[in-house]
Every structure is written in C-alpha cells, then in structure tokens.
Design a protein around this ligand. Structure first.
Ligand code: FFI
Ligand code: FAD
Length: 667
C-alpha cells in the first residue's frame, strides 16, 4: 500500500475541496516561506533526537516517574534545541520560532520542567538586572549552566504582591541581605521547577533597609549546591503535589531561615541599594512588575497556538468520524456535516487566527515601550499594562472555553488522555489563573478605563486603544457590516463603562468609601473591561488582517476574510443582549445575522481541514490519537489502549487477592 492509501479517504476528499493553497497559509502564519523552512528544519533536527519519545505514555506513569522521565527528556530536548537553533538568530527570533512550532509539546504533554527557566528566569534577568549583573548571569543562564525559576507567589498571597511576606533585610555591616520567611503563609508556593529542578531563583521579597520598607524587590538567589544539588543551609524546598495539569513542571515551595546573600544579588536595574544601605527607588515602582507584563504578552501567542492544536485535533476527527443519519438511507454523515458541529469548531479556528494577529500586534507594542523605558520614558507603560491585562484575560477565557468545546465535540473519545485534549485544556486553564488571575487583571484594566473616562469628560486626549471612548458617545446606528459590528462593540464598552462609573458615583453619594463603592461596582467594571477587550480584539483582528494580507492570493484572502467575518458575527450573536441594550440592533438585524452566520459556516466547511492542516503541526506535536494527519483514529485509539500496563497480563493479581474471595463470600 502506498502512503496515500493509508490516509483516511474522508480526509483525502476534504483536502481536495480546499479552495486555497494550504502551504501559502502556512507561510503566512510563520511570516514567510523562509521562516516555515527554518521552523521545519528545526523540528526535523530536534525531533530526530534519540530517546526523546516515551515508550510507555507518561499518562501511565506515577507522579514521581513522570517527573524523572520529564527531566530525562528535558535534558535531551534542550541540548538538541540549543544545537539546532541558528546561532545568528536573535533571542527574540529563537523564541518566536520555538513558540510557533510548539516544539516542547511534542515531548511534554504537561510542559517541561525547564519552562520557567526560559519563560521567566531569563526574562527577569534581562528586564531587572543592571548591565554588570546581566554580563555575569545571562551567559550562565543561556548555556543552562544554572537552572532558574521565578518565585513570587506565596502560600498566603499570589494576587496581592504588596502583601508578600518574605523579607530581605539589608545588613550594612556585612553588606548582605538576610532573607527570611517569618510565617507559614510567607512560604513561596507554586513556582515551576522550584521543587527539585532549579538551583537558582529570582525571589521577589519585601526589602527593608535602614529600618524602612523599600517595597517589593527582585533578588537572584542560589538555592542548591551546584555539585551535590543539596539545598543550601537556611533554605527549605519541596514539591507542592499533584495538580489538574502541569504535573511535569515541578512546582515547588520555598522557605528561608535567615539566609544571607551578598548585596550584588539584588537585581539593580531599576532600584538600587548602596553599600551603606541607602535606597534609590526606580523611576516608576511598577517597573519591578515588568517580567509579568512580558509573560502576559507571550501568553496571548501561546493561547493562539494551543487553540490551533485543539482545533486541528477536533476538526480532523470530525472529518473522519461518522455517526447517526441526516437523511434516511443515505448512510452516516461525517459529524462535521452537522451544522451544530461546525458551530462548535470553526470559531476555534477563527479565534486562533485572531489571537495570533493580536499577539503580534501586542508584542510590537511591548517592544516599543521597552525601548522607550530604556530611554527613561514611561509614558506608554500604563496603556501597555492595561491592554496586556485585558487581552491576556479575555484570550485565556476564550481559549479555555473553546478547547473544552473542541474536547466535547469529540464525544467520548475526547475524554481519553490519548486524545491529548484534556491535557491541552489543563495547560490553557492554568493560564487563566497564573500571571494574574482573570478578574484581578480585568479590574486593572477597569482602573485605566475609569481614569480614561474621567479624562474624556475633562476634554483631555486619550491613549489610542481607548480613544473610542470619546468618539462613540451617541447610540450607534446598527449596521451589519464588520465595521458596523466593531463600532457597536465599542458602543457596548462605552455603555458598560458608563454604567460602572455611574454605579461608583451612586454608591459614593450614599456615603460609601471610594474603595467600597468600587467593590460594589466591580461586577460592572469587569463587564466593562471584557467589553473593552472584545472591542480592541475585533478592531485589531480586522486592521492587522488587512495590513498583513495584501500580497496573498485572492482565494486565501477570501477564506481568511470568512474567518474574520465569522468571528465578528459569532460574537455579535453571543452578545445580543448587550447589543440590544446599547445599540439600535433590531430583531430583524439579528435574524439576518443568523442567516449570514449559517452561510459563513457553509463557506468555511470545504476549507476546514485545509485550514487546520495549514497550522502545520506534526503528529508528534499534536500528540493525539484523534488528530493525526492520516486520520487513522480507530487504529491509533486501539494502539494507545494496548499500551496500558493493565493489558500486559490477561488476569490481574487483584482478582486473586480481592475479587475472587469477595465473590466467593470469603471477604
Ligand atoms: C535555549 C532555548 C530557548 C527556546 C525557548 C523554548 C520555549 C519554551 C516554552 C515556553 C512557553 C511559554 C509560555 C508561558 C508559560 C508560563 C508558565 C507559567 C508561569 C506562571 C508564572 C506566574 O504566575 S508568576 C506570578 C504572577 N503573579 C501575578 O501576576 C500577580 C498579579 N498581581 C499583580 O500583578 C499586582 O498585584 C496587581 C494586581 C497589578 C496590583 O498591584 P499593586 O497593588 O501594586 O497596584 P495597584 O492595583 O495599587 O495599582 C497601582 C498602579 O500601578 C499600575 N500597575 C500595576 N501593575 C502594573 C504593571 N505591571 N505595569 C505598569 N503599571 C502597573 C496600576 O495600573 C495602577 O496605576 P494607577 O495608580 O495609575 O491607576
Ligand atoms: C499552573 C500554575 C503555575 C504557576 N506558576 C507560578 C510561578 O512559576 N511563579 C509564581 O510566583 N507563581 C506561580 N503561580 C501562581 C499564580 O501566579 C497565582 O496563583 C495567581 O497570580 C493567582 O493568585 P492566587 O492564587 O493568590 O489567587 P487569589 O488572588 O487568592 O484568587 C482567589 C479568588 O479571589 C479573587 N480575588 C483576589 N483578589 C481580588 C481582588 N482584588 N478583587 C476581586 N477579586 C479578587 C480572584 O478573582 C479569585 O477568584 C502559578 C499558578 C498556577 C496555577
């Protein structure tokens, strides 16, 4: 049999109906043909590393075995990655090539124990260390001579950074800081790699010098001996236990007992402490939070990729799976022919495209602001923070919901760990909480929105992402066009913000303290932030798609246009209640939009498999019995089932120990 004969015939037919050049879309997603070639070369090199893949799937291993196996693979993987990455690439190019390919996902279903080293330890050194410190620490970290993590969250506080209890008290006599965990709740809790992997760590602690509080500052701390890996004296380390996902990330706890570190271990790019203990604060005390802003930006891109992975699995499976009858006697249709199935899946494809474009746009903003900060200009930092907060929050909300929907769309087989959909869900839902919990980040954006509202009332100019607040005060005349939908989403955001601000005023007038009035209005404030996020996302998706697709072929532009349109109409129908409140949309507009939506599902239908093929995830990266390129779903489900250790023997010992005596009344 040829290779083509081994491919499920429904998938072959689906690929034949695709109206655009799949390869052209892959190039677009990567940047260009050369970027695709580089990525594929990198994947070829890394994934051909001997010993990288599990013989027994990690799902069948114990917690301890999972970790040990993950470290074994992480070492092989990162060495192979370091050797394979083009040394002429900038760190940014290296990271984006690796993120886009989701290479670590081929090896770790629940992430690598080195994730925090790459995702936060190195970025924290880059963003918080002064030049001299960078010169010393970066080469060691980049070569992975040391492995680090980022320890901020404590047992008692994650969200409220100002409430962190770990102390760093400066002792001018010895020119050292004394790190201490005064309470159980002050123990660091959660950092990935911290338990048994990392030997260094960025610790966020409350600095005291000359008897005064100097706020939360970052310190680079050695945790373990570089030879024996034993925790250093005064340092208590351990693992926090099994979790919904991330079980190979080695999340840990850390406590200090008057542990001393040298003065130069405080990262001093932004704030400094002199030998005599004199403290110089930074230009903006929120610069200490810079690593979090960076990771929030990265997460939006991560969401686009994880959603693309789930959509690929569910769409391919829906092309292969046949069930029930549409027309009597006509045979069982592919489940993707059910319009309800299309409704479940195509929004996931469209959202992935939206998030990918939004992530690139946000990343551009991030690097612009970082450049400004280097020159001492902090003007655009508040807008970046407000935008990153709500985009991270809304994209993790949607990704989590849509991955779960992809999983449910695969029926019973989606519940199998061998589908990989539960693990992908586990990764995405973690991002809803880490790096700033959803509600908390939404309220940060709300703070900026309320300020902008007051500025607008005072006739002051607003930052670009919020400038629509002044322009859209009148009730928008409804229009079914994409621009009309964007206008209306902006109007909804204005309406919700207006309602939240009115609520704060009402409670204040009743004599409430401002903080209580804010708290009473916070459900409305979160709703306003979400509406703002959706308005920014819609308008950015449209403008970035237009900006980046001018040189593409007409068929591809047309299909990408369907996705944008589908995204806009889907959210209009989801938010009909809000639109009825704040715009002039009518029942007949809604009926028309429903027709448009059904028409769009039909237009995407012949392109659905082509669209997910274009994400270009190798089978190893999908790591799923349901999503492989060849569609041999049942064969793979059986192959995976046969790997279960329970299938190694026809009779399990528990029969003789328990079942038999039980059934024979002897137990
Ligand atoms: C070699 C090969 C290389 C190849 C590469 C190989 C690739 C490998 C693969 C890698 C895969 C990567 C994927 C990622 C994976 C990640 C893993 C998991 C990571 C998870 C890590 C974590 O989970 S780590 C902990 C994060 N923990 C939070 O996230 C706490 C949230 N909590 C707060 O963030 C603050 O607590 C909170 C609420 C702001 C209040 O802070 P607060 O009380 O001090 O401040 P206030 O609210 O009083 O606000 C006072 C004023 O500050 C303004 N402001 C506040 N923040 C600001 C800011 N950041 N920038 C500017 N301004 C800011 C605000 O807007 C106000 O402004 P104004 O006064 O003008 O209104
Ligand atoms: C998988 C995973 C990996 C992680 N990795 C790391 C890591 O590497 N390093 C690290 O330092 N941390 C890490 N964390 C910790 C993470 O950053 C925190 O869990 C997160 O910031 C949320 O904080 P919390 O757990 O204190 O939640 P809480 O703040 O206690 O949230 C509980 C509830 O209270 C609500 N709430 C809290 N404050 C407010 C408020 N002001 N207004 C309204 N509602 C509020 C929240 O909305 C939420 O519903 C990780 C967490 C997870 C799940």
């Amino acid at each position: 049999m040829s290779k083509v004969d081994l491919i499920n015939q429904d998938l072959v037919r689906e690929r034949g109906t695709c109206e655009f050049d799949i390869e052209e879309l892959t190039y677009y997603l990567d940047g260009d043909a050369a970027a695709t070639a580089n990525r594929r070369k990198l994947e070829d090199k890394v994934l051909s590393t001997e010993g990288l893949f599990d013989k027994v799937p990690e799902d069948f291993l114990s917690h301890k075995e999972k970790y040990e196996n993950a470290v074994r693979k992480a070492v092989l993987f990162y060495r192979a990655l370091q050797n394979a990455l083009d040394p002429n690439m900038s760190d940014q190019e290296k990271a984006s090539t690796t993120y886009r390919s989701l290479l670590p996902s081929a090896v770790f279903k629940e992430q690598s124990p080195f994730t925090l080293h790459v995702a936060m330890f190195i970025p924290a050194i880059l963003g918080q260390a002064n030049e001299e410190q960078k010169k010393y620490w970066l080469p060691r970290a980049s070569k992975m001579e040391i492995i680090g993590t980022y320890a901020q969250t404590e047992l008692g506080h994650g969200t409220f950074i100002r409430g962190l209890e770990t102390t760093a008290t400066y002792d001018p006599k010895t020119e050292e800081f004394v790190l201490h965990s005064p309470t159980l709740s002050s123990y660091k809790w959660w950092p990935g790699s911290l338990a048994h992997t990392a030997n260094y760590c960025i610790v966020m602690a409350h600095l005291y010098s000359q008897g005064k509080s100097c706020g939360i500052q970052p310190f680079i701390v050695q945790l373990r001996d570089e030879e024996t890996h034993m925790p250093l004296p005064g340092i208590k380390l351990g693992e926090i236990g099994a979790k919904l996902g991330f079980n190979t990330v080695n999340n840990g706890f850390l406590g200090f007992e008057n542990h001393r570190i040298a003065r130069d271990r405080m990262l001093m790019k932004n704030a400094q402490i002199a030998k005599d203990g004199t403290f110089t604060k930074s230009a903006n005390n929120k610069l200490t939070y810079g690593t979090m802003v960076y990771v929030r930006v990265v997460i939006v891109n991560g969401m686009a990729n994880q959603l693309a992975r789930a959509a690929t699995i569910a769409v391919r499976y829906s092309a292969v799976r046949r069930q029930s009858e549409l027309k009597p006697g006509a045979g069982e249709p592919q489940i993707m022919d059910y319009v309800t199935q299309q409704h479940k899946l195509y929004i996931a494809i469209a959202s992935s495209h939206a998030f990918s474009l939004i992530a690139k746009w946000l990343s551009g903003k991030y690097y612009k602001v970082t450049g400004d900060l280097e020159k001492g200009n902090t003007d655009e930092l508040p807008e970046l923070h407000a935008t990153a907060c709500c985009l991270k929050a809304v994209t993790t909300l949607d990704t989590t919901a849509l991955i779960e929907r992809c999983r449910l769309s695969c029926g019973g087989h989606g519940y199998m760990l061998s589908s990989n959909l539960p693990q992908i869900y586990g990764l995405a839902t973690a991002a809803f909480t880490y790096e700033g919990e959803f509600t908390v980040l939404m309220l940060q954006t709300a703070r900026s929105l309320v300020k902008a509202w007051e500025q607008a009332l005072a006739g002051k100019p607003l930052r670009p992402t919020m400038s629509y607040l002044t322009e859209k005060k009148q009730t928008a005349k409804w229009s079914n066009s994409i621009d009309g939908i964007i206008d209306s989403f902006q109007r909804v955001a204005v309406g919700k913000l207006e309602s939240a601000v009115a609520s704060i005023k009402k409670y204040s007038k009743q004599g409430m303290a401002p903080e209580d009035a804010w708290n009473m209005s916070s459900v409305r404030l979160v709703a306003a932030s979400e509406a703002h996020g959706r308005a920014v996302m819609l308008s950015t998706y449209k403008s970035e798609l237009e900006r980046t697709t001018t040189s593409l072929s007409e068929p591809l532009r047309r299909v990408l246009g369907y996705l944008l349109h589908l995204y806009a109409v889907y959210w209009t129908l989801e938010k009909v209640g809000d639109l009825l409140l704040y715009t002039s949309i009518s029942e007949s507009d809604i009926q028309q939009l429903q027709d448009v939506y059904e028409d769009l599902l039909g237009k995407v239908r012949p392109n659905a498999v082509g669209l997910v093929d274009a994400f270009d995830f190798r089978d190893q990266i999908l790591n799923s019995a349901l999503g492989a390129y060849d569609g041999r779903v049942y064969e793979r489900l059986m192959e995976e089932a046969l790997k279960s250790p329970l299938n190694a023997e026809p009779v399990n010992q528990s029969f003789h120990k328990y079942l038999k005596p039980f059934m024979q009344g002897k137990l």
